[in-house]
Ligand binder design. Structure first.
Ligand code: HEC
Length: 116
């Protein structure tokens, strides 16, 4: 008696793999905070949030890794600044048309992790 057909085994593994891919959602619609940050924020704030790029200096972008600023600011304000922009000392564009509420929420958490 045969214990296991190689074809059956192959089909089972393939089905499992496909299930995992579908269960984790379509990667095209869901972006990770890192992807969003790298796409929209890095050019001004830099990978580490320190705003040391030439464009950052030009726009007077803020150092969002600065622990003193991190202590002063609430999550709500960070969220608002990202979605509506901020033009107090520089020119931070609004992102409410480019990212979802959920992505903005995730960015707040991401910004908190940039703290040095
Ligand atoms: C065109 C350059 C530019 C881009 C792109 C940009 N920022 Fe800014 N960002 C700024 C400037 C300039 C400021 C300072 C604004 C001010 O205080 O007037 C700032 C400030 C901030 C602040 C502090 C706001 C506050 O209330 O003190 C946060 C947080 C921030 N940016 C996050 C982000 C995130 C997240 C993204 C990407 C979605 C992003 N920024 C994209 C230029 C930029």
């Amino acid at each position: 008696m045969r214990r296991c057909s190689p074809f059956l085994l192959f089909t089972t593994i393939l089905t499992c793999l496909l299930l995992v891919v579908f269960a984790s959602g379509s990667p095209a619609t869901k972006r990770t905070p890192v992807q969003v940050y790298n796409k929209y924020c890095v050019e001004c704030h830099g990978t580490d949030g320190r705003a040391k790029t030439r464009k950052a200096k030009f726009n007077h972008a803020r150092d969002i890794a600065d622990p003193k600023w991190q202590d002063d600011v609430t999550d709500e304000r960070i969220y608002n600044s990202i979605m509506n922009g901020r033009n107090v000392r520089g020119n931070m564009p609004a992102f409410s048309k480019k990212i979802t509420d959920q992505e903005a929420d995730d960015l707040v958490t991401y910004v908190r992790q940039l703290r040095k």
